[in-house]
Design a protein around this ligand. Structure first.
Ligand SMILES: *Cc1c(COP(=O)(O)O)cnc(C)c1O
Length: 384
């Protein structure tokens, strides 16, 4: 067990922070839930006389501030920033830290949209990148260049659930005067705290587990210290890809139940992985519960399970078309179970690149429905 585990399900008072950080009852009305401040601007008492420190909602909004305070608390960071999407958070971070000509080491197995941002958007801006399998620490070391500013890491990876040793990669990055950024979307701060393991910035697609109900698109950055927060705060406002007040409110509402949802996601995913491992149509199951590094840095192993089928792509497509409870859809991390075919759906943008994924692969986002119903649905879809 690691330092995060073993406190009767809770750890470090996580649920208390999730429910209360940044969310004191409203000073004026006593409202228990953070008010939804749908306003673009704020009255001033004389020029420059700001009542609550707010002047314009791109620069700051009280509902967004509540979320940003909560994000910093649950990741144990100095500052949190809420964005319009995960990719908006990534773009802002990369332009805040890097200049044209700089270099980033990226994962050899990453969210397809992250790869597309590097390959088709930021490369034109002059940002260089090298994709390496970061499980191989020598490969990470070998990919570092003079102008490497960031080692970008995703763990567990999407869609193959690979595990990268965050502490070890942080040491390599810091030895080269680079920072380590960890995309913590799959694990969520309930299961993994990258900043405590040596990372400098944590990134989230809050569209996924933080929001948790498939009703909002959002992103987040959390920094380890105030120094790194400065350029991000400037670019957050100067580039303007901020989270709106209602989106912030929805993500904040989702975070309140993150701990209890993640425990149920894990319970169900463990059962699904065990069933798939026994199934004779399944050639390989990807779930990190047996990985020694995952045991060291994660509290439990999350709700994502991928698997490959004997007989190639046609069989994977067939199973994706047969489930009734698992909905065929992109995205992940919501209360409802989803199934998808990465090669043709979420990862179609990496076809032909070093990040291409196998055609016989199926990815599940295991939801929090009754576990037995999920197993029965997969069994009928596989035709056991
Ligand atoms: C979805 C996702 C993103 C991108 O986030 P959006 O909110 O869709 O912009 C980045 N990383 C991972 C791991 C994701 O799953």
């Amino acid at each position: 067990m690691n330092e995060l585990a073993g406190h009767d399900g809770a750890h470090d008072g996580f649920e208390t922070l999730a429910i209360h950080a940044g969310q004191a009852p409203d000073a004026e009305t006593g409202a228990v839930v953070v008010p939804l401040h749908l306003t673009s601007t704020y009255a001033q008492d004389g020029v420059g006389g700001l009542r609550g420190g707010y002047e314009y909602s791109r620069s700051g909004n009280p509902t967004r501030t509540a979320l940003e305070t909560c994000l910093a608390a649950i990741e144990h960071g100095a500052r949190g920033f809420a964005f319009a999407s995960g990719l908006a958070a990534e773009d802002t971070l990369l332009r805040a830290i890097c200049s044209p000509g700089d270099h980033v080491v990226i994962p050899g197995d990453a969210y397809g949209g992250t790869y597309r941002l590097f390959a088709q958007v930021l490369e034109r801006w002059g940002l260089q990148y090298t994709a390496v399998q970061q499980q191989d620490l020598d490969a990470v070391r070998g990919a570092i260049r003079d102008r490497t500013k960031i080692v970008w890491c995703e763990t567990p990876t999407n869609p193959l659930l690979g595990i990268v040793d965050i502490g070890a990669v942080a040491s390599i990055a810091h030895a080269a005067d680079a920072i380590l950024v960890v995309d913590n979307t799959f694990a969520s701060p309930y299961l993994q705290r990258p900043l405590a393991l040596g990372a400098d910035v944590v990134m989230h697609s809050s569209t996924k587990y933080l929001g948790g109900h498939s009703d909002v698109v959002g992103g987040a950055l959390i920094t380890r210290d105030e120094l790194l927060a400065e350029p991000i705060a400037f670019h957050h406002n100067a580039m303007g890809a901020v989270a709106g007040p209602f989106d912030s409110w929805l993500v904040l509402r989702g975070i309140k139940t993150l701990g209890v949802r993640m425990d149920r996601h894990c319970d169900n995913a463990e059962r699904v992985a065990a069933m798939l491992r026994r199934h004779d149509r399944v050639s390989e199951v990807y779930y990190p519960d047996t990985h020694p590094v995952a045991a060291k840095q994660m509290h439990r192993y999350g709700g994502m399970v991928s698997f490959r089928l004997h007989g190639g792509e046609a069989n994977a497509l067939d199973v994706c078309g047969r489930t009734r409870l698992f909905t065929l859809a992109e995205s992940l991390g919501g209360v409802e179970s989803l199934i998808e075919h990465p090669a043709r759906m979420t990862h179609a943008s990496v076809a032909g690149s070093p990040l291409e994924v196998p055609g016989d692969l199926v990815r599940l986002s295991v939801g929090i429905e009754t576990g037995a119903d999920l197993l029965a649905d997969l069994e009928q879809a596989l035709g056991s």
